[in-house]
Ligand binder design. Sequence first.
Ligand code: CU
Ligand code: CU
Length: 288
Amino acid sequence: MAYTRKDVSTLTRTERRRFVDAMLELKRRGEYDEFVRMHLEYYTSDGEDGLRTAHMTPSFLPWHRQFLLDLERALRRIDASVTMPYWDWTRDRSTASAPWTDDLLGGNGRRSDHRVTTGPFAYAAGHWTIKEGVTDGKALTRDLGRAGAPIALPTKAELDRALADSVYDVWPWDSTVTKGFRNKLEGWGTGGGSASWLNHNRVHRWVGGAMLGGASVNDPVFWLHHAFVDLQWYRWQRRHPGARYLPARAPGPSDEQHDRVVARDQKLPPWDVTPAALEDVSRVYRYA
Ligand code: CU
Ligand code: CU
């Protein structure tokens, strides 16, 4: 039986508590930090050599889908009633709404150093010490909306522009492409500054603090954000029946992207799974 991932704003008090408790227990066991480490390890950009599996690449969507499934499986080993909720940032756009409440992820960071001081993941609460960061900071930090240079969350219309593209991805399959659903959703835009961050990327920027960079997994909102991104892949498939993951075949030896991207039927490191196998997960979970 497929389980259901729900909109975080619809969770009951009990569902909220059980989700938070399972996350804290995973952290207590040390398993959570393995996910942070893994995300840091796979944070290869297209300016570097080597295979890109997680970012700036067609497999951005299947890589994060499997990453979420692994975390969700770990949570469900702790509490089988828990599933990963998603944060619909086109609807819940205020710093006072879900998921920023004290019974979920807590609120914004304080003004002086952006340290989160409310909710179960506040440093002072004692259950969420950052161990694998890009800085030495041990406390979770946020700067919702980026007070010093405000940016807005992506709108429904902006998300729709990604969903409207009927092609999954285009050559050269990296952060520079201006066509294709994948990068319109991942959000590497053109030009400089905040206008160049679209959809997925813009949300990381809007949250700020720990959500910037390779250690963004340290903020539990990472998973709620990526669950919503994952839902967009499903919606895109529904909107464009028959459209598939691209590239279908690995770029050849003369292609500059040879050995740099994962084709539809190739293994997606570090797992023994292909993008094709992750295109339809409706037997595992659904979205409500
Ligand atoms: Cu990522
Ligand atoms: Cu992300």
